[in-house]
Design a protein around this ligand. Sequence first.
Ligand SMILES: Cc1cc2nc3c(=O)[nH]c(=O)nc-3n(C[C@H](O)[C@H](O)[C@H](O)COP(=O)(O)O)c2cc1C
Length: 499
Amino acid sequence: MKNTPTALMYHDRTKHRPARYAASLGYMDWETQPNPFRRYENTPLISLTHSEITPPYHLLFEPEALPCAPLCLESLSQLLRYSLGLAAWKSQGGSRWALRCNASSGNLQPTECYVIAPAIEGISSKSTLTHYAPREHALELLHTYDDVLPDGSFTIALSSILWREAWKYGERSWRYCQLDAGHAYGAIKTASSILGWECEILSVETEEIARLCGLDQNERFDDSEHESPDMLLRIGIANKNSTLPQTPRLASSANLLSHAHHDWPVLEVIDHATHGLYPITTPLKTSRKSPPPSKSAGEIILKRRSAQAMDGSSITEAQFRQILDSSNFCAEASDVHFMMFVHRVEGLERGLYAFVRRTEDVDILKNEMDESFLWEACNDGLYLLRTGDYRGVSQMISCNQEIAKEGAFSFGMLTSFSCALESHGAIGYKNFYHQCGALGQMLYLEATSLGLSATGIGCFLDDEFHALLGLKNQRFQSLYHFTIGRAIVDMRITTESGY
Ligand SMILES: Cc1cc2nc3c(=O)[nH]c(=O)nc-3n(C[C@H](O)[C@H](O)[C@H](O)COP(=O)(O)O)c2cc1C
């Protein structure tokens, strides 16, 4: 399959090992820190609106509960505001930084968003290609098309500025860009539900995404700051088969994000290898249960924050089960299972558990994993593998981060790695990160809705985790780790609203 050896090479080379982390500078080069906000020169800026009224969060998961909003300036504004918009400004000791609705590794925000929409009053009387500018909550008008695009649905393209993550994380950073793109997709999918809209990933060639947004027009970007196409989303209600317009050469150039760059040649290699036809997965058959009544969706989305420290308290089994069940909202992230260290969940024994999201995979996992595991069924896809205190182990596996130990539980997202590579080639590898990121964004929101907190963990010791599960080959690989519990809030950090 296409470029599979390159994906295997990159994956192995960028594993963190106890005695050798994946290659990076090893220090923060503040002189070259990239600007987190991409802007395009000489483009008209169209302000978006700020409607604060959103439905209760739990209704997002009740089919048909929310009316389908018309596509207009207000609804598009709400979609972007509650997916990729600023959620807060934080400040401490003279530094001030923005946080967004979508979580991002190191808050480096590599994901950019382009919107291809029909004529919308307040934007243009013609169909448009725009770029979302989150700091201004505005759209930059890149092009107006002569083609008339049909009403009712629109297209979003996501891309990654690999340099933004490479600046800090070196060779492992491509992985983080993909997880972040998955988080951005997850955030857009949730915000679409607020408006009663469907959000589907299209199976298109990545080259087509680049062409649509002019990302293949190299002269518009600094050599080290080009954008790599991630995925194309169709959002809305109708016209599922509408064709995409032709984008000519665009006049506007992207702003320069850093004055100098460090080169990590393997990033270009893996980026190149993972282009191709975006794979569409077979969704899970289960759908999520409706959660209990909760606050407004907007409040939960804006409140979602990564915990930097956890207080070591326990959570109830009902909360634990609700969080796991929420992952069914990401039915398209179907080949990902959670291998969990349960530290403090009332009613559950401490130990190592498997949450198998696709029932058919239980026997395959049993065959591949440590043969002494118990596989004691605990309902709804949860299995006890071994009892014991895994707090120290989970901290060690999470690059010694205490949040993994002090959360109520932590886990790794185990993917059917070699099967996806065999079926789809290297782009299947990229797709798995998107699946894991989308799951992560959902879990963050669900934890927030319950008054709990979460943190995505990109820094983990890959093969230490695999060895602990008894995995001996590449059939399954863990691509993203996560912890959920109660956060200790750092009172020294001041918070202001995003806008
Ligand atoms: C892919 C990914 C990996 C992350 N890895 C870590 C990690 O290893 N340790 C950590 O403390 N936070 C980690 N985070 C949390 C980010 O630092 C956090 O999302 C970012 O600072 C923005 O803050 P917010 O989530 O509160 O908006 C990760 C987040 C993502 C999306």
